[in-house]
Write a new protein. Structure first.
Length: 460
C-alpha cells in the first residue's frame, strides 16, 4: 500500500488542483478596468436622456391693409407666433414612458385662449421694439386689427439616436409655484434604454449626484447639428434635503451647474438611479444667473405621477446587454463586448452609442482577452473525469489489497496413542505358573497346591 500511495497520492493532488483551477476560471468575472464611476454613470445613462420640445403655433390675420410695415413684419414671421420651449427628460420604461417637469410641457396643456394671449403678447413686443414705442401703445394698436386664425399644438421627443417622436402627456401636475412640477409622457417604442427610479427618502446631505440634460448654454452655432443630440452631465452634491416651495411641495437643493433646457433632466446618484428631476434655479443676482443653487423635484414625488400614468419602471433588455457590453469592453474583452453590442443593435437599431462601440470593438479584436467562462462545458467535463480518476486512485490505494500466499504449516507431531494397559487377569483364571508357555494340567495342579496352602494359612 505504501508503494502505491507514493504514486497515487501526488496524482490525486494534481487532479484536485486542476479542478480547483477550473472552478476559479469559470467564476472569474471580467474586470471592468480603471474606469471612473462618473464615466460609467455617464455611459450607462446617456442613451435614456431625451430632449423635449413643447410648443404651440398661432396663426395671425392682420386686418389693416393700409399699414404695409406691420404687414411686412407679419410676413417675415409667416403670420405666426410660436409659444413654448424645450427641456429634458428620462425614459423609465422600455415601451416609452418618460418623466419630466410639468412646466416643460406647459404650452400644449394650456387652453387655446391662454395660448393665443401669450402669443399675442409676444407679437406686440416685436412690434413695439420695431417701431420704438412702448408696449401699451403697440398693444392698443394691434388688438384692433389682429386676430388669430388657428392654433397647432406640438409635443416632440428627440431621442439621443436622432429619432423625433410624437409625445403624449399621460399625467400632469402643475408648473412651478402652482403645484408639483411633474409630468409623465408616452412615446411609441420598444426595447428603449431606461433609467431606474431610486428612493429620495434615503438621500443625505452632501451625497454625490450628477445632473443630465440638454442645457441651452451648451447649444452653439459653432457646434455641428448632431451635437444637439448629445446630453451633458454635470457633477455636484446635495446641498439640502428638506426644502419646500411656497405651495408646500418638497424640493432638493443641489449645487451642480444647470440652466435653461436642463429642466426635467434626471438627477442621478452613485448607483445610477434617478433621485430627482431638475425643476428651477435660484434667483438671479444683478440680473445674472448664479450657479450652484438649483432645485429638483424628489423622485418619490415623481413616482406619484408615474403610478397615475400606469407605468412600471423596469430595466430593459437593451440596458442589460449594453451594460454587459460596456463592462466587457472596459475590461479588454473586445470580442465578447462586440457580441453584446451587436445584440443591442439587433433589438434597438437606433441606440445612440452602439455604432461607435461596435466600430471600436472591431478595431481592438486582435488584443481581446480570454473569457474563461466560455469554456465552462470543457471545464465541467475535465472536472468530472478528474473526480472519477481520484476515486479510482483512492480505491486502488486503500481498498484493494493483494491476496497473501498461504504459509506452509509446520508438521504437528501426532498425539501418541496411549499404551494399552496390560490386560487384567480376571479372578479364577489360570495362568502359566510353570512358565512352559502353555496352560496345562501341571498348571492346574500347581494352582490347586497354591490354593490349599493359602487356605491353610487362613485357617491358622
Amino acid at each position: 500500500m505504501k508503494k502505491r500511495a507514493l504514486f497515487t497520492i501526488p496524482i490525486s493532488l494534481l487532479l484536485i488542483a486542476v479542478m480547483v483551477a477550473s472552478i476559479f476560471l469559470i467564476n472569474l468575472k471580467p474586470a471592468a478596468g480603471k474606469i471612473a464611476q462618473a464615466q460609467k454613470l455617464a455611459e450607462y445613462s446617456k442613451p435614456a436622456v431625451v430632449r423635449i420640445i413643447d410648443y404651440a403655433v398661432v396663426g395671425w390675420q392682420f386686418n389693416n391693409p393700409h399699414d404695409p410695415e406691420v404687414i411686412a413684419i407679419l410676413e417675415q414671421l409667416n403670420n405666426q407666433s410660436v409659444v413654448g420651449g424645450s427641456g429634458s427628460g428620462a425614459i423609465i420604461t422600455s415601451n416609452g414612458y418618460i418623466v419630466t417637469n410639468a412646466h416643460v410641457v406647459e404650452a400644449t396643456q394650456l387652453e387655446d385662449e391662454e395660448i393665443a394671449n401669450a402669443a399675442f403678447e409676444q407679437l406686440v413686443t416685436i412690434i413695439a421694439d420695431y417701431f420704438k414705442v412702448d408696449y401699451e401703445t403697440a398693444y392698443k394698436y394691434m388688438v384692433q386689427y389682429t386676430q388669430y386664425t388657428g392654433i397647432q399644438k406640438v409635443l416632440k421627443v428627440i431621442l439621443p439616436g436622432g429619432d423625433v417622436l410624437d409625445g403624449e402627456v399621460k399625467s400632469y401636475g402643475a408648473p412651478i409655484n402652482e403645484g408639483k412640477d411633474v409630468a409623465v409622457l408616452k412615446i411609441e417604442g420598444k426595447n428603449l434604454p431606461t433609467l431606474p427610479l431610486g428612493d429620495s427618502d434615503n438621500i443625505q446631505n452632501q451625497d454625490n449626484i450628477w445632473v443630465s440634460g440638454y442645457p441651452a448654454a451648451a447649444d452653439s452655432d459653432l457646434l455641428s447639428p448632431d451635437s444637439s443630440l448629445v446630453s451633458s452631465m454635470n457633477a455636484g452634491q446635495i446641498s439640502a434635503t428638506s426644502k419646500k416651495t411656497e405651495q408646500g411641495s418638497p424640493v432638493i437643493q443641489i449645487n451642480a451647474a444647470a440652466t435653461h433646457g436642463n429642466s426635467g433632466g434626471p438627477v442621478i446618484n452613485e448607483k445610477g438611479e434617478i433621485i430627482g428631476l431638475l425643476t428651477f434655479r435660484g434667483d438671479t443676482v444683478n440680473g445674472q444667473e448664479v450657479q450652484g443653487f438649483n432645485f429638483a423635484v424628489p423622485v418619490n414625488t415623481v413616482k406619484e405621477f408615474v403610478n397615475q400614468a400606469g407605468a412600471k419602471n423596469a430595466k430593459s433588455e437593451t440596458d442589460k446587454l449594453y451594460q454587459e457590453g460596456l463592462n466587457l469592453y472596459w475590461g479588454g474583452y473586445y470580442k465578447h463586448a462586440l457580441e453584446k453590442f451587436e445584440a443591442v443593435q439587433r433589438i434597438y437599431p437606433n441606440h445612440s452609442e452602439i455604432k461607435q462601440y461596435i466600430a471600436n470593438s472591431e478595431k481592438k479584436m486582435g488584443s481581446s482577452k480570454t473569457l474563461w467562462s466560455d469554456y465552462a462545458t470543457i471545464f465541467y467535463i475535465v472536472d468530472g473525469v478528474s473526480g472519477l480518476l481520484i476515486i479510482i486512485l483512492l480505491l486502488f490505494t486503500f481498498a484493494f489489497r493483494p491476496k497473501q500466499q498461504a504459509t506452509a504449516a509446520a508438521p504437528v507431531a501426532p498425539n501418541p496413542t496411549p499404551a494399552a494397559p496390560p490386560p487384567t487377569v480376571p479372578e479364577n483364571t489360570l495362568t502359566d505358573l510353570n512358565n512352559d508357555g502353555k496352560i496345562d494340567v501341571q498348571d492346574i495342579l500347581l494352582a490347586l497346591q497354591e490354593a490349599q496352602k493359602k487356605q491353610k494359612k487362613d485357617d491358622e
